[in-house]
Design a protein around this ligand. Structure first.
Ligand code: ATP
Length: 198
């Protein structure tokens, strides 16, 4: 699966619609400080379902909408789309998959998969276990590298486990152990009731 294209309008510094094509191999984005390079990765993270605005370097949701400049008025909506060439990794019957997220200044949010309205949960499900979800390690921000270098050994271990895809099994195990102990507690309760009846 390949990320083919990003389109953004009204997202952070992108007052005009931008389209970035990603070819095979490495794409490098260069530009002066403050020109919007990190805003591109923020846009990708956002459309994949990032809900924590601090991870997008903002303090409130509407910080991601173009706030205006000396020559441009603020915009009322931000919209970002990602286009994937789907080799079967994404569990939908489309060769090209477009995922879109839109936020209005009123606070209303919209999500689309191939132009059909969907829920945020559908976006999470679409990317689950592909390694490119909003909580995956496919996007490593500048601060994240500092975090990893400065982290304690056990925190670094958590990072490697997440990258190796072990975390989800650890979470499932924890959930299963919880259900098992609930079931054991229910069994004890049933035994008590049986004793009372006998
Ligand atoms: P550096 O090389 O220093 O890391 P960069 O190229 O990664 O910089 P970004 O951090 O992506 O730059 O962009 C920061 C710019 O985006 C700032 O000029 C900031 O004013 C602008 N910006 C961020 N949010 C908005 C917004 N909502 N509306 C307008 N401009 C915004």
């Amino acid at each position: 699966m390949q990320l083919k294209k990003l389109e953004a309008y009204g997202f952070k510094s992108f007052a005009d619609k931008i389209a970035i094509d990603f070819d095979q191999g490495i794409t490098a984005i260069v530009g002066p400080n403050g020109s919007g390079k990190s805003n591109i990765t923020d846009a990708i993270r956002w459309v994949l379902g990032e809900q924590n605005v601090r991870n997008l370097r903002g303090t409130k949701a509407e910080d991601i909408i173009f706030t205006g400049s000396a020559s441009r008025k603020a915009l009322g909506v931000a919209e970002v789309s990602l286009f994937f060439d789907n080799d079967g990794t994404l569990p939908v019957d489309f060769r090209e998959v477009a995922v879109t997220r839109r936020l209005y200044r009123s606070g209303e949010s919209e999500f689309y998969i191939n132009r059909s309205r969907c829920r945020l949960k559908d976006i999470y499900n679409l990317f689950a276990d592909t390694g490119i979800g909003h909580d995956g390690m496919s996007i490593i921000g500048q601060n994240r590298i500092d975090d990893i270098l400065n982290s304690k050994p056990e925190e670094r271990r958590a990072f490697f486990e997440e990258t190796a895809g072990i975390t989800k099994y650890r979470n499932r195990k924890r959930e299963s152990v919880r259900k098992l102990s609930e079931t054991e507690a229910n069994l004890v309760r049933v035994q008590d009731i049986i004793h009372e009846i006998e």
